[in-house]
Design a protein around this ligand. Structure first.
Ligand code: SAM
Length: 286
């Protein structure tokens, strides 16, 4: 296939992905709902954002578990790949007081992440960049750690993604992922889903294939845990809370948009039908 045609396809897909994640007024909505719960945006604490800022299954618990698999310290240089509105980046910065860079395709998420980080006084540690994980705007061997949660589902070219992760890591550096994979031979998924309104921007990999791409690239597996059951239990618990109207107004459905209930219903259905797998794993670069 012609190279410029492939580039056009990539940028068309990226625009659709960015549109999917861009409500257009996210920061205003966050300010408004915090206000209705009696909180002023300029005096929020990190705890106020926990239910809102972790755009992945098992929220903060998963972030603590994933980053706890690494030996990050104050001298580390960490990349949060597909950083969303910055929950993982801010957690790492506040816990380890190290340099963190968040990279994300969605301009609105990048600007929201910057604003929330500034308000919480963590902008001396965390920088957010807009960019594509398959063409990262970073030098070779720039980072000690790449951390990434629920970010490869929108990326079609896994080979390029993996080779970019390898390129930006120091030799001996670590890639820690927490992501959603499709089980081999699964029937089609129902859309919309939290990461894709339609199948045209959903590129779920099979775990074994993704793992072998990483290994072929020079990344050695050092840890792996299947968290599918734990994630199903967490989703059931969240659905119960939602039905009892016990979720705080500033929580995940706000970021997912007006069709959050159907997106969440479809992902739960796919989990119950055993179509999806949730994996945390760590790889070390050679
Ligand atoms: C489900 S959100 C997860 C955000 C964040 N990792 C978290 O767990 O809170 C997926 C994120 O991946 C980003 N993304 C999708 N494709 C990307 C790409 N090619 N390069 C960089 N970011 C991408 C989206 O913009 C979105 O912010």
């Amino acid at each position: 296939m012609n190279r410029s045609y492939i580039q056009e396809e990539v940028s068309f897909t990226n625009k659709s992905v960015e549109k999917h994640y861009s409500p257009g007024d996210l920061m205003d909505k966050i300010i408004k709902v915090l206000k209705t719960s009696g909180k002023d945006i300029n005096s929020i604490t990190p705890d106020d954002l926990i239910p809102l800022e972790e755009l992945h299954t098992r929220g903060r618990e998963a972030t603590q578990q994933l980053t706890g698999r690494l030996h990050i310290d104050e001298n580390s240089n960490v990349l949060d790949l597909g950083s969303g509105i910055g929950g993982t980046s801010r957690f790492i910065a506040s816990k380890y007081r190290c340099k963190v860079t968040g990279l994300d395709l969605t301009e609105e998420f990048v600007s929201t992440a910057r604003e929330l980080t500034r308000i919480l006084g963590l902008d001396q540690y965390v920088t957010f960049r807009k960019g594509d994980a398959t063409r990262m705007p970073f030098e070779n061997r720039e980072f000690d750690f790449v951390v990434s949660q629920h970010a490869q589902m929108n990326i079609e070219n896994k080979k390029k993604l993996v080779s970019e992760i390898y390129r930006v890591l120091e030799p001996g550096g670590f890639y820690a992922l927490h992501d959603i994979f499709i089980n081999a031979g699964s029937p089609p998924l129902d859309f919309p889903l939290p990461w894709a309104s339609t199948s045209s921007i959903s590129f779920l990999a099979e775990w074994d294939r993704y793992k072998s791409l990483l290994e072929q690239c020079g990344m050695k597996p050092v840890a792996e845990e299947d968290l599918t059951q734990a994630s199903v239990s967490w989703m059931n618990m969240m659905a119960e809370k939602a039905s009892r109207q016990e979720l705080p107004p500033a929580s995940l459905p706000l970021v997912l948009g007006e069709d959050a209930p159907v997106k969440l219903k479809n992902v739960m259905k796919a989990m119950h039908e055993n179509k999806l797998r949730i994996i945390q794993a760590v790889f070390q670069r050679d």
